[in-house]
Every structure is written in structure tokens, then in C-alpha cells.
Design a protein around this ligand. Structure first.
Ligand code: PLP
Length: 399
């Protein structure tokens, strides 16, 4: 029988080494729990970077997946299918946006939003052709395509992958004056994460999103929010922008939209903006396929019916408060919103990775982000006794 080490050896031999995962080989998941090939049980505190807000193998979503897979899985967009229209309607009604364009991965949805913003700049704002500029923030993470890494501030993500796509200007995150100073008559859009997840759970100053909204209004610029990680309940509101009652012009979703079963992403916007796309200008073979649409519909239903957003708000605050009370000499700061929590360690703690490895031994899977921060982002279905169980272990490790 194959053991953990055997699977790791195969991975290292045949798989590209573009990740450095913890040495745990998972074979089963249920709710907030996952099990490795040796039968050891862990609490999942990463939730696949928030793609598992509904927990592992949620029965409602599983059923939708199986039922749909037995009927029809793929039609391509050359034909229509009976799931996509309902997905459009349900997502539009839930979010309050008029129109939806479906994609698969998050990066693809970001690319889609960027293309739509450029098209809007030329068609509506009358920016000279191919001169459109898009403002982004330092420390951003929007995916891994060449255009997206073109405006990453992480040298390692881009160093060996140029030449880069022009037309992006990066300014310090959280600094509204820097955005205002970067705006020119050719600015099409500002693309921002309302909280920088991969950047280390960085929360901008209060009022930042509102100020971006005002700046966009005053300068005829589109506000694009990348809520791939922060959206769909994670931060204790349906969207993180809701914390400031701000409505972006384009909203990018992914991750939990697929309920952990299937890659589903989307861009939401108004008819005036998304309606600019003409047949043939953009597309995806798998985007909007009936299996994806059925899974996404069930994923959204679970978030609403099981009050996952409210649970994230209540238990997130509890988890954060309890973490902040740990009298650890290693902790510099505990921050977050809802169940997206970062515990930043002091430089002298020697990096977050070794604490993540100790947590793994104790049956908690968490991942360091930006070397010094441990991210705690369990599925939103978690309950308080489970958080208390985790806190006991976390205290032991951090004290
Ligand atoms: C994960 C993530 C993406 C990229 O999504 P993929 O599905 O990995 O392409 C983009 N933006 C944010 C904020 C993310 O967290």
C-alpha cells in the first residue's frame, strides 16, 4: 500500500515543482475536516484559499454535481443550455448586478474584467485606441497569467516571464492620494482587492473603498473589485466591499463560486458595461457549461440557506478576539475580517512556515502567506466548539 512518502516521491519526480506544499497527502474531506492517506484527521484552516467556504464535499452541492453530470456536462457556448440562464438570474439577483459573464479560473475572470474595462475606455470614455491605463495596487494578487503578473509587485512571480503587458500603473495599497495622483485622461479602471489575501491579509484604512468609489465617479473611471477570495461570505458580508457600502462597477468572483467542486468564476457588472461585449470578442470553451452552472447555483444556495455569511461574521470576530488574547511573544498582530484572519509573527519568530508545520502535527492545516503571516480561513460552516478546539492547539504552539 502506498504511504505519504511514496506519493510525495511521485510528485517530486513527475510533477512540476511550482508549489511547495506541506507534506500531507489528503484523500478524503468532509465539512471542515480532511483526512490523509494514513487516516490522520486535520482541521482545514485554508479552505483552498477560500474556495471551500461551504466546506468539503457539501452534500447539497455534491447532489447538484451528480444530478447534472448524469444529464449533460458540456455544451460549449455554441449552443445554449438549461442551467446557465438560471445561474445568471440567481447570481444577478443575489448580487444586485444586471449582467454576468461566466469563466472558469479566477485569473481568467480578472483578465475578462480588464478586457471589458479597456473596451469601455475606447467605446464609452473615448480613450485613444490602445492607450488605456489601469491602476492597480502594490502587493496585489490577481492570478498568474502573463498580463496579470505584468503588474505584480512580487519580483519572483514575474522575473523570468517577461516581456510584460503594458498599460498598468501600480500604486501603494491603501493610499487614496496615490490613486488620485496616478489618474490621467486615459485611465480606464482601478483594480483592487478590498482586502489583500495573498498579500498577507492586508486591510486598507477605513474609508479607502468609499474614496475609490468617489474618485472613480469624479474621474469617469471604472472601479473593479477582485473579490475572488474575499467574496461570497468570507469576510462576514456577502462581499467585502459591503463593509463600506460600496458598489464597484465590475465585481470579479471565483473560488467559492464553485463550492470546492469545480472551477467557476464570473464577472458581474451593469448592462452599460458588460453589454459592450459583442459575439466573438471574448469566450471560453468551458465557461458557463451546464455542470459549472449547476454547481455554482447550488454553491450560492448553500451560502444563503446556511447563513454562512452571518456565521463568518460572528465566529470570525470570536476567533480573532481569542487569537489576539494569546499572550505570545511571537505575535506582532492579529488582523482580519470575518473568517479571513492573518496572524503576523514578529521577524525574530523565524518565519511562519515552521509554525504551520507544527500546526500540521497538531492536526490543523494552515498556510503561511508572505513568510511572516499565518492565515486562518476555515470553511464558513465551522462552529464554535471546533474553533475552541483549534485555539487550544494554536495557543500551545504560539506560546
Ligand atoms: C486566487 C485569486 C485569484 C486567482 O484565481 P485562480 O483561480 O487561481 O486563477 C485572483 N485574485 C484573487 C484575489 C485571488 O485570491
Amino acid at each position: 500500500m502506498m504511504k505519504t512518502a511514496d506519493y510525495i516521491r511521485l510528485s517530486e519526480q513527475y510533477g512540476a515543482h511550482n508549489y511547495k506544499p506541506l507534506d500531507v497527502v489528503l484523500e478524503r474531506g468532509e465539512g471542515v475536516w480532511v483526512y490523509d492517506v494514513e487516516g490522520k484527521k486535520y482541521l482545514d484552516c485554508l479552505s483552498a484559499y477560500s474556495a471551500l467556504n461551504q466546506g468539503h464535499v457539501h452534500p447539497t452541492i455534491l447532489k447538484a454535481l451528480i444530478d447534472q453530470a448524469e444529464k449533460i456536462s458540456l455544451t460549449s457556448r455554441a449552443f445554449r443550455n438549461d442551467q446557465l440562464p438560471l445561474f445568471y438570474k440567481e447570481l444577478a439577483e443575489l448580487s444586485g448586478y444586471e449582467m454576468v459573464i461566466p469563466m472558469n479560473s479566477g485569473a481568467e475572470a480578472v483578465e475578462t474584467a480588464l478586457k471589458v474595462a479597456r473596451k469601455w475606455a475606447y467605446m464609452v470614455k473615448k480613450v485613444p485606441r490602445h492607450q488605456a491605463e489601469i491602476i492597480v495596487a502594490d502587493g496585489n494578487f490577481h492570478g498568474r497569467t502573463i498580463s496579470i503578473v505584468s503588474f505584480s509587485s512580487e519580483e519572483f512571480y514575474k522575473d523570468d516571464f517577461g516581456p510584460f503587458t503594458p498599460g498598468f500603473i501600480s500604486v501603494p495599497y491603501g493610499d487614496i492620494q496615490a490613486i488620485q495622483a496616478a489618474i490621467t485622461p486615459n485611465t480606464a479602471a482601478i483594480l483592487i482587492e478590498p482586502i489583500q489575501g495573498e498579500g498577507g491579509v492586508i486591510i486598507p484604512p477605513e474609508g479607502y473603498l468609499k474614496a475609490i468609489r468617489q474618485t472613480c465617479n469624479q474621474n469617469n473611471v471604472l472601479f473593479i473589485a477582485d473579490e475572488i477570495q474575499t467574496g461570497l461570505g468570507r469576510t462576514g458580508k456577502l462581499f467585502a466591499c459591503d463593509h463600506e457600502n460600496v458598489r464597484p462597477d465590475l465585481m470579479v468572483l471565483g473560488k467559492a463560486l464553485g463550492g470546492g467542486f469545480y472551477p467557476v468564476s464570473a464577472v458581474l457588472s451593469s448592462r452599460a458595461i458588460l453589454g459592450l461585449l459583442q459575439p466573438g470578442e471574448h469566450g471560453s470553451t468551458f465557461g458557463g457549461n451546464p455542470l459549472a452552472a449547476a454547481v455554482a447555483r447550488a454553491s450560492l444556495r448553500v451560502i444563503v440557506d446556511e447563513h454562512l455569511t452571518e456565521n463568518a461574521a460572528t465566529l470570525g470576530e470570536y476567533f480573532r478576539d481569542q487569537l489576539a488574547e494569546i499572550p505570545s511573544k511571537h505575535i506582532k498582530e492579529v488582523r482580519g475580517k470575518g473568517l479571513l484572519i492573518g496572524v503576523e509573527l514578529k521577524p525574530e519568530a523565524g518565519g511562519a512556515r515552521k509554525y504551520c508545520e507544527k500546526l500540521q502535527e497538531e492536526g490543523i492545516l494552515a498556510k503561511e502567506t508572505h513568510e511572516t503571516t499565518i492565515r486562518f480561513a476555515p470553511p464558513l460552516i465551522i462552529d464554535q466548539p471546533t474553533i475552541d478546539w483549534a485555539l487550544d492547539k494554536i495557543r500551545n504552539i504560539l506560546l
